[in-house]
Design a protein around this ligand. Structure first.
Ligand code: XLS
Ligand code: CA
Ligand code: CA
Length: 437
């Protein structure tokens, strides 16, 4: 059964092509800095946005027109499985990601939910074997169901905490069954609204306890996925505990979890935290914690998580620059945690949006490679810190300096001469590189 009947398999046609259903930049086999684009980028489809999102908002109902609209429950879930593999196949996307509730409807009881999952997981496994498509990560949605109104791993009610543990256990089993390369923890309701009714320290201790249980269970069943925490500063809760990369790292360190986790960073979450995506990636990388990327973009005019497809070339370039500098994305990938706008409701839009994201990332990859090959920014940075290569600076780096030796130097060293950072020049240089590849 074909779901996207009118869509051909998307090919690379290169820059001159005016075919909207073709890649102009993303040539999976093109080698960039020793690896193919496909190997660098490891694209993934986000099941929830692509197959479950209906285009509703607080002011109106869904707008999306989908082949699976005529089905409901498990029948709909089964058609969506077919859709997922046809979609990945046609776009040449090797990976996908899902929450448990994205792939199979929740039942009236935990037993029923697990039974539904088993049916769909068996289908997914069969399709994965037939197509060679892989699971970048899975996760458990412990934020949508009303039972999680006050959190899951940070719930105030131990019954809810136990349910979350059970749901997590099943999700780890599903991940193992499907050979997930990573497992994501996004704390959708792990946060709080007001300290007036919240024991923050206790909630964080409990969250860490749940993560330790997950580490132990994964070990027990031989599930060797990389665990990832996905930071987000707010939404749905006012204060999310995993605010940003730095906060998540300090949490992992405090609770002895750092060796078991890395980070799944999302562009739009970085923006909400008041950071750039590249800041979050650099923070993770310098701490050895770069795991995977959720590729999307926010809207600077709007203060919420709009999850738009990434088309900002400055951002994709600087993102890929950070990834290349960090030595690659490892077993992570570039997951399009992005949804088409409510007005982009036709099935074709799903393809056009992914093509836009993939081309923008391929473009960014090429520009980033050029920045690296030509050492453009490296030279600037190296030159900027050159005073630490000799004299008093070299003493500091070697650990030989003391406050007294700094004082002795400073007393005879005047005037101090600083140099411009040349930021404006560098921004233009960046534009030149982006539009030259
Ligand atoms: C929501 C998050 C979520 C995670 C997975 O803002 O991005 O979709 O990626 O639970
Ligand atoms: Ca995400
Ligand atoms: Ca998001």
């Amino acid at each position: 059964m074909s779901i996207f009947k009118n869509i051909p398999s998307i090919q690379f046609e290169g820059k001159g092509s005016d075919n909207p259903l073709a890649f102009k930049q993303y040539d999976p086999k093109q080698v960039v800095l020793g690896k193919t684009m496909e190997e660098h980028l490891r694209f993934a489809v986000a099941y929830w946005h692509t197959f479950n999102a209906i285009g509703n908002d607080p002011f109106g109902s869904g707008t999306m027109v989908r082949e699976w609209d005529k089905f409901s429950g498990m029948d709909r879930a089964k058609v969506q499985v077919e859709a997922n593999f046809e979609f990945m196949e046609k776009l040449g996307i090797p990976y996908y990601c899902f929450h448990d509730v994205d792939i199979a409807p929740e039942g009236a009881t935990l037993q029923e939910s697990n039974k539904n999952l088993d049916v769909i997981v068996a289908m997914l496994k069969e399709q994965m074997q037939a197509t060679g498509k892989k699971l970048l990560w899975n996760t458990s949605n412990m934020f949508s169901n009303p039972r999680f109104v006050h959190g899951a791993g940070t719930a105030v009610n131990a019954d809810v905490y136990a349910y979350a543990g059970a749901q997590l256990k099943k999700a780890l089993e599903v991940g193992k069954e499907l050979g997930a390369e990573n497992y994501v923890f996004w704390g959708g309701r792990e946060g709080y609204e007001t300290l007036l009714n919240t024991d923050m320290g206790f909630e964080l201790d409990n969250l860490a306890r749940l993560y330790h249980m997950a580490v132990a269970y994964a070990k027990e069943i031989g599930f060797d996925a990389q665990f990832l925490i996905e930071p987000k500063p707010k939404e749905p809760t006012k204060h999310q505990y995993d605010f940003d990369a730095a906060t998540a790292i300090s949490f992992l360190q405090k609770y002895g979890l750092k060796d078991h986790f890395k980070l799944n960073l999302e562009a739009n979450h970085a923006t909400l935290a008041g950071h750039t995506f590249e800041h979050e990636i650099r923070t993770a990388a310098i701490n050895g914690m770069l795991g995977s990327l959720d590729a999307n973009q926010g809207d600077l005019l709007l203060g919420w998580d709009t999850d738009e497809f990434p088309t900002d070339l400055y951002s994709t370039t600087l993102t890929m620059y950070e990834v290349l500098k960090a030595g690659g994305i490892g077993r992570g990938g570039v997951n399009f945690d992005a949804k088409v706008r409510r007005g982009s409701f036709e099935a074709d839009d799903l393809f056009l949006a992914h093509i836009a994201g993939m081309d923008s990332f391929a473009w960014g990859l090429k520009a980033a490679a050029k920045l690296i090959e030509e050492g453009i920014l490296d030279k600037v940075v190296e030159n900027r810190y050159r005073s630490f290569k000799e004299g008093i600076g070299a003493d500091v780096v070697a650990g030989k300096a003391t406050l007294a030796s700094l004082e002795q130097y400073a007393l005879q060293n005047h005037p101090i001469v600083n140099e411009s950072g040349r930021q404006e020049r560098l921004r233009l240089l960046l534009s030149e590189v982006i539009f030259s590849v």
